[in-house]
Write a protein that binds this ligand. Sequence first.
Ligand SMILES: NC(=O)c1ccc[n+]([C@@H]2O[C@H](COP(=O)([O-])OP(=O)(O)OC[C@H]3O[C@@H](n4cnc5c(N)ncnc54)[C@H](OP(=O)(O)O)[C@@H]3O)[C@@H](O)[C@H]2O)c1
Length: 217
Amino acid sequence: MSRTRVHNFSISLDGFATGEGLSVDAPFGHAGHRLHEWMTATRFWHGLGVVEQGEGAAGSTGADNAFAERHEHGIGAEIMGAGKFGPPGWQDDAEWRGWWGENPPFHTPTFVLTHRPRPSLPMEGGTTFHFLDASPAEALDTAREAAAGLDVRIGGGPTVVRDFLAAGLVDHLHVVQVPILLGRGVRLWDGLESLEQGYAVEAVSTPSGVTHLTFTR
Ligand SMILES: NC(=O)c1ccc[n+]([C@@H]2O[C@H](COP(=O)([O-])OP(=O)(O)OC[C@H]3O[C@@H](n4cnc5c(N)ncnc54)[C@H](OP(=O)(O)O)[C@@H]3O)[C@@H](O)[C@H]2O)c1
């Protein structure tokens, strides 16, 4: 059975998954890169092709890397929100093709939920962006069909992950609690009271200072 999974979803201690003031120069607003420093240090991240050749070492191979790598395995499609695909207002820019260059690190059909859909965008490396105005359940049906028996990843941002959790559509949630306080931005947990009761919850803290929380149905 194809499962619905969230991986490497990073939040501050006060529950924010992005900051305020999102723009093309600040994809996480005032949070900067602080939510993902644990991940950009890993071999997983270096292997995605988003780090320039020769930049830094080959990445860490410890516990953070072991969690991070699970993002890739057995995934046949991703669903993301309009807020992950681009900065506020990208829908007015006919040339916007996402943050990730011509070879995005998804390599599967990738469904962007938006109230202003546009024609599909085939990229290099197996990623095609499809734009959908649909409920979470409808979007999941479409993504499952495209995933051909593999799992569907819900890639964020927080609004979309929260909506899929609220609709009871997430089978596995990996949240990384980063020891910073953002104070403002978009929260993950709002409106999800007692969510944990539907899941087996495990927590592992790693030497980098983050806590990996997994919620598994
Ligand atoms: N912390 C992490 O690990 C992580 C991971 C991924 C992304 N992020 C960050 O999260 C931020 C974006 O998160 P966000 O919560 O602002 O936005 P988001 O969850 O990416 O997208 C929400 C938007 O998607 C569209 N949408 C959502 N559901 C829809 C539906 N059912 N039908 C049609 N359209 C729908 C709507 O946009 P429109 O009405 O404009 O179409 C909605 O405002 C960015 O800063 C990104 O970098 C963080």
